[in-house]
Design a protein around this ligand. Structure first.
Ligand SMILES: [Zn+2]
Length: 262
């Protein structure tokens, strides 16, 4: 990030170091701030799997109650048919006999329907049992994944917190070498400009807001590199610093042609 610091105003150089540390600290604090949401997301995935299992188990219980009722229905119709069949031999008139036959046919139809309902219910119950087992497998997987992810977050957090402590110490070390009022001024500018209080001058313009720097300020800036005067961008108010543009280092140069006969 730092361009050639050769001949740069030492105060500016210290401020740039401070800004680099402070920007990094802000990024690390942002990362630390994001960990609780990440942990909540991990917990939510496990909670959702737990809810799915609880719902599947509730469904199995409900079906169990339904089944008892349907089994009783089937029993009732069988009892009725047995009773009708016992009674039919004691009947004297043909009319009563036919009426009882009709009763038996109707009861048998009801029995058939009750048996169908019971069968359907049993098939449904098997599906529900399977859903519970699948849910429990998914829950075990979610719990294992959650444990791994929580460990990962904890180790990332430890790394970030360690770096933050180092960066904060480095920032403090930079502050020690700077005048207090300049530090206050830097902090005010940094707060106002998202942590970027300094702006390099490039092509005679402020690199942060692109406004051109007036020629006499340019001249002062070039000279200021040797003393400790501070200049500000007239538009964005950031502290300006000037970096001498260097000739491209690896620019291919034409080799002087060997002149024959020289
Ligand atoms: Zn500016």
């Amino acid at each position: 990030m730092l361009e050639s610091s050769e001949g740069m105003n030492p105060v500016i150089q210290k401020l740039l170091e401070l800004q680099t540390e402070d920007l990094r600290a802000a990024e690390l604090r942002r990362q630390i701030g994001a960990f609780p949401a990440e942990l909540a997301r991990i917990d939510n995935a496990v909670r959702a799997a737990e809810r799915a299992v609880a719902q599947a188990k509730q469904r199995v219980q409900d079906l169990h109650k339904d089944r008892k009722k349907l089994e009783l229905d089937v029993e009732d119709w069988r009892d009725k048919i047995r009773k009708y069949k016992d009674q039919i031999y004691q009947l004297k008139s043909n009319e009563a006999y036919r009426a009882m036959q009709e009763e038996i046919r109707a009861a048998e139809a009801e029995l058939g329907r009750a048996e169908d309902r019971l069968l359907e219910q049993m098939v449904g119950a098997e599906d529900s049992d399977r859903a519970v087992k699948e849910g429990e497998r998914a829950l075990a997987a979610a719990e294992a994944a959650g444990r791994g992810e929580r460990e990962e977050v904890a180790s990332q957090k430890a790394v970030v917190e360690k770096e933050l402590a180092e960066v904060e110490a480095a920032s403090k070390a930079c502050l020690a070498g700077l005048p207090g009022d300049l530090v206050d001024h830097y902090h005010r500018l940094a707060r106002r400009h998202g942590g970027v209080a300094l702006a390099a001058v490039r092509d005679e313009a402020c690199s942060m807001c692109s406004v051109r720097i007036r020629p006499h300020v340019m001249q002062l800036l070039r000279q200021a590199n040797s003393d400790e005067e501070i200049f500000h961008c007239e538009t964005c108010t950031r502290i300006l610093y000037f970096v001498e543009a260097k000739a491209p280092a690896a620019a291919p140069q034409e080799a002087p042609a060997a002149e024959p006969g020289n």
